[in-house]
Design a protein around this ligand. Structure first.
Ligand code: HEC
Length: 286
């Protein structure tokens, strides 16, 4: 019995050593700092002003290379989002630089036209090949679902993972995508002396492998906010990350509200069932 116990201990210790060595080898990951987001947790909601600023950053900076094709212009008007006035979005769509290919017309030819409210927010490229050709072979991905497609990896001992996971579940943490985007956009720096950077690539602490083809998109003061928010890279990055989180999950506010309504409904139902049960059984001896 004793021997079996010590064998089990030895195998656990071996697993610990192995897990340790795996995380040490996995040099591509860095621990990404978590930010506080207005839409975090069970009760958080998107901040309309932040989404508006985030869209401004997307429009003035990111849309030069990235599309948002799963988002239509009309989504910018809908409740729970940036809620821009419809007229200003109509005007925005009419002057959007990336036109929609439509057709065929009466002569059987495809033609380009300005987008309508119901059209997707297109990036500058018609297809991936065109994008790669313009970007030195790198593909600037569509950003519509980026906040859902990325997440953060916790750097911790293997045995702590289940506890951290439970903690995240208890807090309702699901902002890994936004945390990653913020870390990526603010993660540019000079490479360490012993790091071999390929030409045309940039060093970024958050990007797996630390070499990215995207040039640093944000610089201090490059976007002028209308609402007095300081024009810093930190703010641009947070605002655009919040905007992309909304773009990837435009019904988040509504879903959370519905969740609370359902909880309230269940509590009231439980109470009624309990009272009903007490009444039905009140006169029966047991
Ligand atoms: C000059 C063009 C250009 C601009 C402007 C630009 N990007 Fe990029 N972006 C790229 C390219 C190219 C890649 C692909 C990088 C790679 O795979 O190495 C990329 C990749 C990305 C990725 C994916 C990273 C990953 O984990 O795979 C995100 C997210 C991103 N960009 C966000 C943004 C945001 C937000 C902005 C605006 C603030 C922006 N980009 C502005 C060219 C650009």
């Amino acid at each position: 019995m004793k021997r079996r116990f010590s064998l089990a201990c030895a195998s656990i210790a071996a697993a610990a050593v192995m897990a340790g060595s795996v995380s040490a080898e996995d040099a591509g990951h860095v621990s990404i700092e978590r930010q506080s987001w207005p839409f975090a947790g069970f009760t958080g909601q998107f901040d309309k002003a932040q989404l508006q600023r985030g869209f401004q950053v997307y429009k003035e900076v990111c849309s030069a290379c990235h599309g948002l094709k799963r988002l239509a212009f009309r989504n910018l008007v809908q409740p729970g989002g940036p809620e821009f006035p419809e007229d200003s979005v109509k005007e925005l769509a009419a002057t959007w630089p990336n036109q929609i290919t439509d057709g065929p017309n009466d002569e059987g030819k495809m033609f380009e036209r300005p987008p309508l409210l119901s059209d997707p927010i297109r990036g500058p490229y018609h297809n991936d090949q065109e994008a790669r050709a313009a970007q030195n072979g790198a593909l600037p991905p569509d950003l519509s679902l980026m906040a859902k497609a990325r997440d953060v990896h916790r750097e911790s001992s293997w045995w702590a993972h289940p506890f951290l996971m439970l903690g995240d579940i208890a807090k309702g943490y699901s902002e890994g995508g936004a945390d990653y985007l913020h870390a990526l956009l603010t993660g540019y720096s000079e490479p360490p002396a012993d790091f071999k950077l390929t030409e045309g690539q940039y060093y970024n602490t958050a990007f797996p492998g630390h070499q990215i083809s995207m040039p640093p998109p944000l610089s201090e003061g490059s976007v002028t906010y209308q609402d007095g928010t300081p024009a810093t890279v930190e703010n641009y990055s947070k605002d655009v990350a919040a905007f992309l989180s909304w773009a990837a999950d435009p019904n988040l506010d509504q879903r959370k509200r519905m969740g609370w309504q359902v909880m309230l409904f269940l509590i009231v139902t439980t109470l009624l069932l309990y009272l009903g049960k007490k009444r039905i059984w009140a006169n029966i001896k047991h």
